[in-house]
Design a protein around this ligand. Structure first.
Ligand code: IVH
Length: 662
């Protein structure tokens, strides 16, 4: 046998054992025997470098270091999925499909919705030639070298009938156990651990040095195809079976079911299994089985009409309450917080949960030492769902709500009606720090670099006693603060100076008038157009403003009746803060139109989109109705998109929207 023949044989054997081990989870040889084959190949390739092929398993260790990722245009757009959240929403989806196809019952394939990163692999004549990220669905990044390091990704396809060209799509993810092992190792080395498997999978794949990717325990499952030449599949079931036969890893947990009942059964079964699964999932993907039906159904914007993700309810997990603390907010509101034994829920480690207010705390009867269920949905603050009373031992300690502020010791008072207890001292350091932070926030005065910690430090060192004092700070005072270098101090001063040129709407919001949110601030700015007019407005004047009722009017009037507040506003204005009145919009692209934004926009933030629409005379609303003129659908648009389609509301893709904005 020539060295070239032996090398080819070793590669075949290694690929075979690799597949048995990583994809089928059924190894035939010991690790030592596998290592011996690998060593032999490494030695052979070292002796005859011309024998090294790009698909050799020796290449999995990584090595290529790139300057940047090249862009890859997908031959066929990579779609994302719409979401449904309950029986009613899935029924709607199913009914729409039955109507469109004329079928009594539709056959669906159900698969777990993997929580990772979507990628595409291209195989030419059975060889892995390119791998890319999804990107915006049209253009992604070339991560071929990194994908090659994934142990369960075959570099060559095997079996009968391998197509000339095969684009396969799937998900790169990290198994829970691998994630834990990796984080433990990072911690042991004194390095920062990853927040969650999804982020670490995404981060690991986007490494310019493929050796870093090789050191991360990434896995992959394939679940769809793009362009295929030299094969065709009548059904999704057939397609997945073919991928499997080519040696590609396909999730074995999949089922072919019929109609709503079949899907609901698969959904419930998967939900029950969720915690026992070796990887993170966030729902069930439901796909029409027949290829020909899919073609007939087509797609809207970036989502197919033939598939949907049926999301799981927010995850709830058990943990223990270590301690109950209270936090004092900018309006003096005292919020109880539970300090928890850290628990991994909803994709992040949670160690604190809000208890909202005293009434809520009593209603749930949460005590220090209690076992509780915690929940985290989306980006919201984690909360305690309920106490597991059966786990009580009697050693739990009920929390005594403070009657004095834990920060300044001033008396705590509850408004006659409200559940909210407040610290009564407006000069309370916690309140002042909260007001500063609010003043600086992005949608208020937008002072970059003035975060929570810095606000607290400035209050503690008595550098400021009101938000107006911010405009009196100098370099020397700021550099006196701990961990504040000259450069960051100067940056902060520049940001503060920049904030002087602002709009009335931002200014009014920044003042922190109780109950006045961004929308009310905008309405006040449009109505009164300048600060003195607003400050002088009577209770009745205020109620003439759109959407302002007696309570809000009283709150605003009360705020400006307070001498400290009037003084603060005067000081801000004399420090040079110049709130510009809102522009009077003549006619714009969206004059008189109501627009709803949904999904993720890639080119701009929600806030920017909203501002752009309002500048052009339009109104942005949160929900779709018959009165909606346009729906701007970003990525992963869900039920709002469905509703808009049903109501015949004009749907704009992000690109169409951007074109309208000019
Ligand atoms: S199919 C047109 N199947 O979910 C079909 N996607 O929200 C597009 N995902 O970008 C993908 N598990 O990253 C499909 N079994 C599965 C999936 C899955 C997870 C992800 C994928 C996609 C996103 C869409």
């Amino acid at each position: 046998m020539t060295p070239a023949e032996r090398a080819a044989e070793l590669r075949r054997e290694l690929a075979y054992h690799n597949h048995r081990y990583y994809t089928l989870d059924a190894p035939e040889v010991s690790d030592a025997a596998y290592d011996a084959l690998m060593r032999e190949l490494v030695q052979l390739e070292a002796a005859f470098p011309q024998l090294v092929t790009p698909d050799s398993p020796t290449q999995r260790v990584g090595g290529a270091v790139l300057e940047k990722f090249e862009k890859v245009t997908h031959r066929q757009q990579m779609l994302s999925l719409g979401n449904v959240f309950d029986d009613a929403e899935f029924t709607e989806f199913d009914e729409r499909l039955r109507k469109a196809t004329g079928l009594e019952a539709v056959q669906y394939v159900c698969e777990p919705k993997m929580d990772g990163l979507a990628i595409e692999l291209v195989y030419e004549n059975g060889r892995f030639v390119q791998g890319s990220t999804r990107g915006d669905g049209v253009i992604g990044e070339d991560v071929t070298e990194n994908l090659k390091t994934l142990k369960n990704l075959p570099l060559t396809l095997s079996g009968e009938g391998v197509p000339k060209l095969l684009e396969v799509r799937g998900e790169v993810f990290i198994r829970k156990a691998d994630f834990k092992r990796m984080n433990d190792a990072l911690l042991a080395r004194g390095e920062e651990p990853f927040v969650n498997p999804r982020n670490s999978a995404a981060g690991s794949l986007r490494q310019l040095d493929s050796r870093v990717t090789a050191s991360r325990p990434l896995s992959i499952y394939l679940y769809e195809v793009g362009v295929v030449e030299g094969a065709s599949f009548d059904t999704h079931t057939q397609k997945l079976a073919a991928l499997e036969a080519f040696g590609l890893p396909v999730n074995p947990r999949r089922s072919l079911v019929t109609g709503f009942d079949g899907v609901k059964g698969a959904w419930s079964a998967l939900l029950a299994e969720r915690h026992a699964l070796p990887y993170e999932i966030d729902g069930l993907v439901v796909k029409v089985d027949r290829t020909e039906l899919r073609a007939r159904l087509g797609q809207v914007s970036k989502t197919p009409r033939w598939a949907v993700a049926w999301k799981f309810p927010p995850e709830e997990l058990e943990t223990k309450v270590r301690k109950i603390l209270v936090q004092v907010g900018r309006t003096g509101a005292i919020t109880p917080l539970a300090e928890l034994e850290p628990v991994f829920v909803g994709g992040v480690t949670v160690s604190r949960a809000t208890l909202h207010n005293e009434d809520e705390l009593r209603r749930k009867d949460v005590r220090e030492g209690d076992w509780v269920f915690v929940r985290r949905a989306g980006d919201v603050i984690p909360e305690i769902v309920k106490v597991i009373t059966t786990k009580r031992t009697g050693a739990e300690v009920p929390f005594v709500f403070p009657t004095t502020c834990p920060v300044c010791q001033a008396p705590v008072k509850k408004a006659d009606d409200g559940a909210i207890a407040r610290c009564t001292n407006r000069a309370c350091p916690a309140q002042l720090a909260g007001r500063l932070r609010h003043f600086a926030t992005r949608t208020a005065m937008d002072i970059d670099g003035l975060g929570e910690k810095l606000c607290e430090a400035m209050v503690e060192r008595a550098l400021v006693t009101s938000v107006a004092d911010l405009y009196r700070l100098d370099l020397k005072t700021l550099t006196g603060l701990e961990r504040m270098g000259e450069k960051s101090a100067q940056n902060l001063l520049d940001a503060i100076a920049r904030s002087k040129q602002t709009t009335l709407r931002r200014f009014v919001y920044a003042l922190g008038i109780p109950d006045v949110g961004e929308a009310t601030a905008k309405a006040l700015a449009e109505h009164f157009r300048e600060v003195p007019a607003l400050m002088a407005a009577s209770f009745d004047d205020l109620q003439r403003v759109k959407d302002i009722g007696p309570e809000m009017a009283a709150s605003i009037r009360g705020f400006f009746d307070e001498p400290d507040n009037r003084a603060m506003v005067e000081q801000l204005l004399s420090a040079g803060v110049t709130p510009a009145p809102p522009e009077i919009v003549a006619t714009g692209t969206f004059t008189g139109k109501t627009v709803v934004l949904t999904g993720t926009l890639t080119g701009m933030t929600r806030d920017e989109a909203k501002e752009a629409i309002e500048k052009r005379g339009g109104k942005v609303s949160g929900s779709v109705s018959k009165k909606t003129d346009f729906l701007v659908a970003g990525e992963e648009a869900g039920s709002k998109l469905t509703k808009a389609q049903e109501l015949g509301v004009k749907v704009l893709t992000e690109a169409e929207f951007a074109a309208l904005l000019g």
